[in-house]
Design a protein around this ligand. Structure first.
Ligand SMILES: Nc1ncnc2c1ncn2[C@@H]1O[C@H](COP(=O)(O)OP(=O)(O)O)[C@@H](O)[C@H]1O
Ligand SMILES: [Mg+2]
Length: 166
């Protein structure tokens, strides 16, 4: 199952990211980190989406394109107003554009990071490390249509996720 969106500006893509973060905070994750796999070519809007996503997590720092860094960690400080206190502490932003294989990520303790329920992990170019992505990852694909338009397909949160009703 998936939902398709068409955005016509970077701002709209950020807004979609922000909403996705808020949706994720509503879902109780029982095991491991909450992991997002972002796919689609250069300029598709993956980093732009994650700027809004981070904002939705209450992160003030700017999300940069980490193309020359594989992994960046941003602290999630105050979630008390945003979630039911699920104890998320870190937002990991990874970019696998320059990665040759999954082993390079494993060397960065990727397994440990995705095992920790305190983490939210977003992986750009996740199709390059598909083998080591968790089965319950939320997949999001970005398709370039023209200068201003992007088709964004967001999968459904599943498996170890359980809705929190309040
Ligand atoms: N609807 C849109 N959504 C996202 N980005 C857009 C959109 N329209 C134009 N852009 C531009 O496309 C580029 C997307 O870049 P970026 O988010 O870094 O993509 P990626 O991380 O997938 O390589 C930015 O320069 C942004 O301003
Ligand atoms: Mg990017």
């Amino acid at each position: 199952m998936s939902t398709t969106f068409l955005t016509t500006s970077p701002r709209q893509t950020q807004k979609l990211g922000e909403k996705t973060a808020k949706d994720i905070l509503k879902v109780k994750n029982r095991r491991g980190a909450r992991v997002l796999g972002l796919t689609g070519g250069l300029g598709g809007g993956k980093t732009t989406f994650l700027q809004g996503f981070a904002r939705g997590l209450g992160i003030k720092e700017k999300v940069l394109s980490p193309t020359f860094i594989i992994m960046r960690r941003l602290k999630i400080k105050d979630l008390t107003r945003l979630s039911a206190g699920q104890g998320f502490k870190n937002f990991y932003h990874l970019d696998c554009y320059r990665i040759a294989n999954s082993k390079e990520l494993l060397d960065l303790d990727f397994k440990k990071i995705i095992a920790d329920p305190k983490n939210i992990v977003a992986v750009e170019w996740a199709d390059r490390v598909k083998k080591i992505m968790p089965g319950e990852a939320l997949w999001i694909n970005f398709e370039f249509i023209d200068n201003k338009r992007r088709r964004i397909v967001i999968g459904t949160l599943k498996k170890n996720a359980k809705e929190v009703h309040k």
